[in-house]
Ligand binder design. Structure first.
Ligand code: PGA
Length: 238
């Protein structure tokens, strides 16, 4: 576990991505949206523009997407990724994968996504944030967690937290399509990032817990063989 300022944490994660990329230029990178990875993406853009880091052979898979929001909706995660990262580095369009929030058949879309990840050889490095309720991607606390990509009902907590990006809470989609816990756990390397006081309670719970539980989906990560937790000071209250 590493602690530091948000800037330091972001640089550290970007450096870990760069190290992977040096070892494997055609790496498969799992990406997250939200506020937490913004600094990482900013640093990846700097690495590309100022240090010539080459992203032309990487493939990316995003964790999740809102059901009902198309690629051109400003709150869709596709739109976020394009604006925050993809438009500013030399990744190839055909190597970008995000679930289709407007799919005609969502069961098929879930299967297709998992097949694609397998076909590409699995995720080498997965970047993750954590929800205040312990969710990872949109795997919300529940009795059961899905192994593969699935459709989930968002909890009131997540809808409330995410409403900060929408004009009103009514506009926040209630459903999302998310990589399952199994898909995430199959990544060869995982980096879980947490930033901000609002994450301090869940991180304390997670790190002090001696148990895994579907009530805290992120706790399943403690079983992973190559997990790095990167906390900023504000998220650390142990
Ligand atoms: P955040 O979201 O980075 O915007 O805090 C993280 C998450 O909900 O997984």
């Amino acid at each position: 576990m590493v602690k530091g300022s948000y800037e330091l944490a972001s640089k550290l994660v970007a450096d870990m991505i760069r190290d992977e990329l040096e070892k494997k230029p055609n790496m498969i990178l799992g990406l997250a949206t939200g506020s937490t990875p913004l600094g990482v993406y900013k640093e990846l853009i700097r690495l590309h523009k100022e240090e010539g880091v080459d992203f032309s052979n990487i493939t990316t898979f995003n964790l999740d997407e809102y059901v009902g929001l198309g690629k051109d909706h400003p709150q869709s995660y596709y739109y976020y990724m394009r604006n925050i990262l993809f438009n500013h580095i030399n990744i190839r369009e055909e190597n970008i994968f995000i679930q289709d929030g407007k799919a005609e058949d969502f069961n098929r879309e879930c299967e297709r996504y998992d097949e694609l990840i397998k076909e590409k050889g699995g995720i080498d490095l997965q970047i993750l944030g954590i929800g205040e309720n312990g969710h990872i991607a949109f795997n919300e606390p529940a009795d059961k967690l899905s192994v593969g990509t699935c459709i989930v009902q968002l909890t009131d907590s997540t809808i409330n937290v995410n409403s900060r990006f929408f004009d009103s809470i009514e506009e926040v989609p209630k459903t999302a399509i998310t990589m399952g816990i199994g898909s995430i756990m199959q990544a060869k390397k995982i980096i879980l990032m947490a930033d901000g006081e609002k994450k301090a309670d869940i991180m304390k719970k997670l790190l002090e817990s001696k148990y895994i539980s579907t009530d805290i989906p992120a706790s399943l990560l403690l079983l992973h063989q190559d997990l790095t937790i990167v906390l900023t000071r504000s998220a650390y209250k142990l």
